[in-house]
Design a protein around this ligand. Structure first.
Ligand SMILES: [Zn+2]
Length: 380
């Protein structure tokens, strides 16, 4: 009997980004045999402002554009009311600059958008055990959602991970595996564990369902602005977890004829770790690994983003750009945001450090939205 018959929902295949080979998701593949990243082989979605489920107060109010069958209700045991975050002016003096308060989430970061969808799918596929490697917000979020629905959760972290973060992950009931060596050694240990039979790799980088969750970021904007879209989205980018979700979301709105043009996506990187910036400015279509220096924007410090080609496509297709966060301005930006009422972590502050510098010479960005991706309590 196929999984489809057991749980009565539609299963989308994974399709390789490189060679287009297809895989059934209930076999838990996380990468193509050719080494390519997996995307979803998606059917067209039907969506309009009229078929939002208005009495569902979570990201699942957009069920019609999420990869779930209408009759599937497994997500109901997963959701903690994530999403529906406020969209407000950064400062009343400039109504064109809005912030979306994505740190107002069950685990205090935007990652809950992706984790809620990914864990609901893992449950649907019958996963009993999952692994993930992250010492930051994604690990925290996956641990919370996985344990909520009784999936045995194993999070791999590098040995220099702060005890505070380890405690947060463990407090949800997850097993934390502390791996000696570098961040790459941790990734390798997680991949080894993911290769065991019956283990689901709940990676926010590899698994395309995560991006299905983060695309709700733009559906909410669309709904909050009553069917309008802004001109520019400023988005911090390391692995592209939010940037790619936002890109797929605006593309769907555009292809459905709901918005007239794609907003520009401007990615923000740390000046100490900027492989995407480098590839973009050099006109390349692939991102090459760089040697990263230490940065306070730790959430986006990724020396080799696995979906670099997709990130570059998103920026180019939207006539976007990549800008850099000056390291010596990040703490100032964090303090300035707190003075305006928003206490955010340093990775979020780096987005504003980059934007403040860029905006001085680019006042014609139109209406702009910046995300507040993580709460200050997490990094202090
Ligand atoms: Zn392939």
């Amino acid at each position: 009997m196929s999984i489809k018959n057991i749980i009565g929902v539609e299963i989308m295949d994974y399709v390789c980004n490189e060679c287009k080979r297809k895989y059934a998701p209930y076999e838990f593949p996380y990468i193509c045999k050719c080494g390519g990243m997996l995307n979803l082989d998606k059917a067209n979605t039907l969506f309009s402002i009229n078929n939002i489920i208005k009495d569902e107060w979570s990201i699942f109010r957009y069920l019609k554009v999420l990869p779930f069958h209408m009759k599937s209700n497994l997500w109901q045991s997963v959701t903690m009311g994530e999403g529906l975050t406020s969209l407000v002016a950064l400062d009343r003096k400039d109504p064109n600059i809005l912030v979306k308060m994505d740190y107002m989430m069950p685990t205090l970061s935007f990652k809950d958008r992706g984790a809620a969808v990914l864990i609901a799918k893992a449950k649907e596929f019958g996963a009993k055990k999952l692994v993930q490697d992250s010492s930051g917000n994604a690990g925290n979020s996956v641990a919370a959602y996985a344990n909520r629905v009784g999936i045995d959760c194993h999070i791999y972290v590098p040995e220099d991970t702060s005890p505070k973060k380890i405690t947060m992950i463990q407090s949800h009931g997850a097993n934390v595996h502390i791996i000696p060596g570098t961040r790459a050694d941790t990734a390798k240990a997680a991949l080894n564990a993911a290769n065991e039979d019956g283990v689901f790799y709940a990676s926010h980088v590899y698994n395309p369902y995560f991006y299905e969750g983060t695309k709700t970021y733009v559906y909410e904007i669309y709904e909050q602005l009553q069917g309008e879209m802004v001109d520019t989205l400023i988005i911090p980018v390391g692995n592209g977890t939010l940037l790619l979700g936002a890109y797929y979301g605006i593309k769907e709105l555009y292809e459905l004829g709901l918005i007239e043009k794609l907003p520009r996506i401007i990615g923000v990187q740390s000046e100490n770790c900027s492989p995407i910036y480098k590839a973009f400015k050099e006109g390349k279509t692939q991102v090459e690994e760089i040697v990263a220096r230490k940065t306070q924007a730790e959430g986006i410090a990724i020396a080799l983003p696995k979906r670099g080609d997709q990130i570059l496509e998103a920026i180019r297709e939207t006539d976007g750009d990549v800008i850099l966060a000056p390291e010596d301005k990040i703490l100032d930006a964090q303090r300035d945001l707190a003075r305006k009422g928003f206490y955010v972590e340093t990775t979020t502050a780096s987005t504003f450090a980059a934007f403040n510098k860029f905006y001085k010479n680019h006042k014609s960005l139109g209406k702009v939205i910046l995300p507040l991706t993580g709460a200050g309590l997490k990094s202090s």
